[in-house]
Design a protein around this ligand. Structure first.
Ligand SMILES: Cc1cc2nc3c(=O)[nH]c(=O)nc-3n(C[C@H](O)[C@H](O)[C@H](O)COP(=O)(O)OP(=O)(O)OC[C@H]3O[C@@H](n4cnc5c(N)ncnc54)[C@H](O)[C@@H]3O)c2cc1C
Length: 349
């Protein structure tokens, strides 16, 4: 591999809504960009993506395919691969290792790796995830409105989900599962919301003809339900398989983290900048709360900020060289290449 060929202004790790959106604005800023995507977007199990203005109901795969076509229009490269490590190169930039054995150089890195939903330990949930076992009423509630809902209480979120989903159905049963008991005030809120409560551990699901029909308790009782909400634990997917190990790439780089109800997430500013100079984290890699539209927006903001920072950095470096009397035509050509030397492919729309 030729090192020049493999040097990018920005390597984006992850090609979901966040990563593609960063790639789009950077490509349009004439940056040399590589998006590396392992192809496991979080909402892949869902048939439709809801709540994205102008794309409401579009299949997630169709949305991402359109995004890939758009970024490629601007010369952004997309590699179907997995980043295994991101390492500082000792000069304020980065070496990025790929699972296929390749290595690329990046002036800036955007982590847009999403998160992994860790489901409660109940047999059968994973098989129905995103179909009739759900986590987010904003994503799916309207489509399953007025059906008999079940909600598995979670030690972290308590009864919140059960109360919230009454906006979409008045037939809601809360399964206390492993939550031992509730304070009096919570029983009062459940009663006021009309939520039935079933004590006892959930042991599995009843499914007929590939549809959820009930929730089975450990004592053998079956409560008929056709939709089940669960509070999945949302764990950021930053442990790029390989050299950085379980602490995650940001941990390995020494990034500051912040506590969330789902565990530690990187501390970022409003542009997605982490505490590690040169590394941004956007979308679900930075926050468990981001929906697709927010993830796309976060990627865009990061892209805009990174481009502006690189423009100013290169101009300041030239000014410094001129001031020091070490300016050469070669140096100027280098800067020109970095700022404007990236070929823009023909627009098709
Ligand atoms: C079942 C379900 C349904 C949902 N429905 C909706 C909905 O209707 N509307 C809505 O707005 N939101 C919905 N969401 C939430 C939505 O999935 C997220 O908001 C969105 O996917 C976040 O985008 P992202 O780009 O941050 O991450 P993702 O979309 O998860 O993309 C991350 C990408 O990074 C890649 N990646 C990870 N690690 C690496 C690596 N080391 N190297 C290379 N690539 C890597 C992954 O393979 C993946 O392709 C749903 C979530 C679930 C679980």
């Amino acid at each position: 591999m030729n090192s020049k060929k493999n040097a990018y202004d920005v390597v984006v790790v992850g090609g979901g809504a966040a990563g593609l959106s960063a790639g789009l604005v950077l490509g349009r800023s004439r940056r040399r960009v590589l998006i590396v995507d392992a192809g496991e977007p979080r909402n892949a199990p869902a048939a439709h993506m809801q709540g994205y203005l102008s794309r409401d109901g579009m299949p997630p795969a169709e949305f991402l395919a359109a995004g890939r076509r758009e970024v490629e229009t601007y010369g952004v490269e997309i590699a179907a691969d997995r980043v295994t490590a991101v390492r500082p190169d000792g000069a304020g930039e980065f070496e990025v290792d790929l699972a296929d054995g390749g290595r690329v150089h990046a002036r800036r890195v955007v982590l847009a790796t999403g998160l992994v939903d860790t489901l409660p330990d109940v047999p059968g949930l994973a098989e129905r995830w995103g179909r009739d076992v759900l986590h987010c009423p904003y994503c799916h509630g309207y489509e399953v409105r007025d059906q008999p809902f079940g909600v598995i209480a979670s030690p972290a979120m308590g009864i919140h989900q059960a109360l919230l989903v009454t906006q979409w159905s008045k037939d809601v049963t809360l399964f206390l599962h492993t939550v031992a008991d509730l304070p009096d005030a919570e029983w009062e809120r459940l009663a006021a919301a009309g939520v039935s409560v079933v004590e006892g551990e959930v042991a599995g699901l009843e499914v007929e003809g590939d549809r959820l029909v009930g929730v089975r308790l450990a004592d053998g009782r079956v409560v008929p339900r056709s939709v089940l909400f669960v509070a999945a634990k949302a764990v950021p997917r930053d442990n790029l398989i390989g050299a950085v190990g379980a602490v995650g790439v940001l941990g390995a780089l020494g990034a500051e983290m912040r506590d969330t109800p789902h565990g530690p997430y990187p501390a970022v500013d409003e542009t997605g900048r982490t505490s590690v100079p040169g590394v941004w984290a956007v979308g679900n890699a930075a926050s468990p709360m981001e929906q697709v539209v927010n993830a796309a927006s976060a990627g865009y903001r990061a892209g805009v900020t990174i481009n502006a920072e690189l423009v100013m950095r290169d101009i300041d470096a030239t000014a410094d060289r001129r001031r020091a009397g070490v300016f050469t035509p070669e140096a100027e050509a280098q800067v020109a290449a970095a700022v404007g030397g990236h070929r823009v492919h023909g627009l098709t729309h």
